[in-house]
Design a protein around this ligand. Structure first.
Ligand code: NAD
Length: 543
């Protein structure tokens, strides 16, 4: 019997590798890219550890080379959803009863496999399937995925350690039970690490999941699933159900055992899930926990004391890395007229210096957007700006889907602080700037705070520290992750816990205790050593 008391201190973040040309890492990655580019993977459903081929299939292509098929995946129907619910329920007892340190050791092994044996595999599948360059894949699919796992183990140990006070004649304890039922996890296309964490955060706390991956991220997500199994996550603990979100969601939500939803994606989808749960509330065994990180309309606010070059560098990388498809990507910027010419010159020079194209060519800083509907949507915003008397395209504005879904980084300047692209999430490489008169900074701050329904990330730039402090205070509710003199993207697990409020989600801060605590239902246990036999209170007694 293992009766050790484990100590899981906070880990170091996984080191980002450089993949220099000619290095062993680079050669391994290039070989894996070649292999995956030449292979068409058949992706089954995985329910209770069994691979299921329904014959109802879909195709996964490379966004930057749309005629190249990467995978054929099988889609779940009602029957498979019901099988997955049964599998998740039957795996629950053993998994939730297991000593949590064993679950922790399995999570740490997943991290180890991702960062060693499967580093190239998980990077290459994310690069090819989700059109990320080497750096964007490495910081997501390897480093952030491993960080979530390792930090969650340390945070879980803090939660389990947190116990109530015991006193004379009694012993009190808190038992952090897994939720009673299963967790439905619905993941977005843009981060492989998020897909992993949406499942493994609840799994770390003893839950089992039914996972609906985003169709456009299925390849990397399928490899994750294989890694989970190799690391020792038992069959049925995570059940992988590709297919139509609407269909899978509908049948999952009919189950009385739905104990929670762990979601990242758009507002429209999360709102529909929430509404559905509300309508069916009386039929569930418990109140399902709803945790969702949704959209953003992330801003950079520039104070007149800012440095133009610093602002331009942050705005370019914050808005255009991974083609603006990070929920945290800067998509609106407020610039004082005194700095506009300098910032415009610097950011335009940056834009001229970066190339766009296939992920296999490492000279390309910008790759493709995820799919045709996203491409068309982004193009419609650019066209709207081109045709508006209130807007001017400063650079970019071109797009082409003949080979892949390429949209040039685009900077729009508008005279209307409520211009469509200042308000709505576009999820593409489009940044809109509103130039304010320096003396009208208060009005500009009001626009920044109130223009969009979201509150995910935001940044302020300025060297006047007192003014910056005032802005930070003034914009207190405008962002869940706020940056001072830094771009609003690139949150690191354990360092900048991530999540937004208002329309951006439930702000349960992925990769931290706030999130993990949502996946347990504590039971308080009081034990009395010598139970009383005389139940009368003192004042009732004669002496
Ligand atoms: P999406 O909402 O289109 O899809 C997310 C997932 O929901 C996919 O797996 C999809 O198949 C599924 N889905 C769709 N309809 C469904 C339904 N009715 N029932 C169940 N599942 C359903 O989002 P996306 O395009 O994959 O991702 C982009 C969005 O995600 C953006 O809005 C972005 O801001 C947001 N995002 C937010 C964060 C954050 O931390 N706040 C992080 C990443 C992405």
């Amino acid at each position: 019997m293992n009766n050790s008391i484990y100590n899981f201190p906070l880990p170091e973040n996984e080191t980002i590798r450089e993949y220099l040309k000619g290095s062993a890492d680079r050669e391994k990655l290039d070989a894996e890219l070649k292999k995956q580019s030449e292979t068409i993977v058949e992706i089954p459903l995985i329910i209770g550890g069994k691979e299921i081929f329904t014959g109802n299939t879909g195709k996964v292509v490379m966004p930057h080379n749309k005629n190249k098929t990467l995978a054929i995946y099988h889609k779940a129907g009602e029957k498979e959803v019901k099988m997955a619910i049964e599998a998740a329920k039957s795996a629950h007892k053993v998994w939730s009863d297991l000593n949590w340190t064993i679950r922790a050791s399995i999570m740490l092994k997943v991290a180890e496999l991702i960062t060693t044996k499967y580093r190239a595999v998980i990077n290459a599948s994310t690069m090819l399937g989700q059109s990320k360059n080497i750096y964007q894949a490495e910081i997501d699919a390897v480093c952030e995925a491993a960080d979530f796992l390792r930090f969650n183990v340390a945070f879980a140990s803090d939660i389990y350690k947190s116990q109530p006070v015991s006193s004379f004649n009694q012993l009190n304890r808190m038992e952090y039970r897994a939720l009673e039922g299963f967790v439905f996890t619905v993941s977005p296309f843009n981060f492989t690490s998020i897909a992993s964490n949406l499942n493994l955060a609840p799994v770390m706390m003893g839950n089992t999941t039914i996972w609906k991956p985003a169709t456009t991220a299925i390849l990397s997500n399928y490899y994750l699933m294989k890694i989970f199994s190799e690391a020792g996550i038992p069959d049925g603990v995570v059940n992988f159900l590709p297919g139509s979100g609407a269909l899978i969601g509908k049948h999952v939500m009919e189950s009385r055992d739905l104990a929670g939803i762990h979601f990242t994606g758009s507002n429209a989808t999360f709102n529909s899930l929430w509404k559905e749960v509300g309508e069916k509330l009386s039929q569930y065994k418990s109140y399902p926990r709803l945790v969702g990180e949704t959209g953003g309309k992330d801003f950079i606010f520039v104070h007149p004391s800012a440095d133009s070059k610093e602002v331009a560098a942050a705005a370019f990388s914050g808005a255009f890395e991974y083609q603006g498809q990070k929920c945290s990507a800067a998509s609106r910027m407020y610039v004082p007229s005194s700095l506009w010419n300098g910032i415009k010159k610097e950011i335009t020079e940056l834009s001229d210096s970066f190339k766009m194209g296939d992920v296999n060519d490492s000279d390309n800083f910008i790759n493709a957007v995820i799919d045709e509907s996203s491409f068309d949507n982004i193009a419609s915003y650019i066209d709207y700006a081109k045709n508006s008397p209130e807007a001017e395209i400063i650079f970019g504005g071109e797009y082409d889907k003949s080979i892949g879904y390429f949209v040039k980084p685009t900077l729009i300047k508008t005279t209307n602080p409520h211009f469509k692209s200042m308000e709505e999430e576009i999820f593409g490489p489009v940044l809109t700037v509103f130039v304010y008169e320096d003396k009208e900074i208060n009005a500009a701050l009001d626009y920044c705070d109130s223009t969009s329904p979201y509150a995910l990330t935001g940044a302020v730039f300025g060297r006047d520290r007192i003014a910056v402090a005032e802005i930070c205070n003034r914009l207190r509710y405008a962002a869940g992750n706020f940056y001072i003199n830094d771009k609003p993207t690139g949150a690191v697990v354990g360092k900048q816990p991530f999540g937004g409020s208002r329309g951006s989600g439930t702000n349960d801060k992925a990769g931290g205790e706030f999130n993990l605590i949502r996946w347990v239902s504590p039971r308080t246990v009081k034990e009395t050593f010598i139970p009383p036999t005389d139940i009368r209170y003192g004042y009732m007694k004669s002496n």
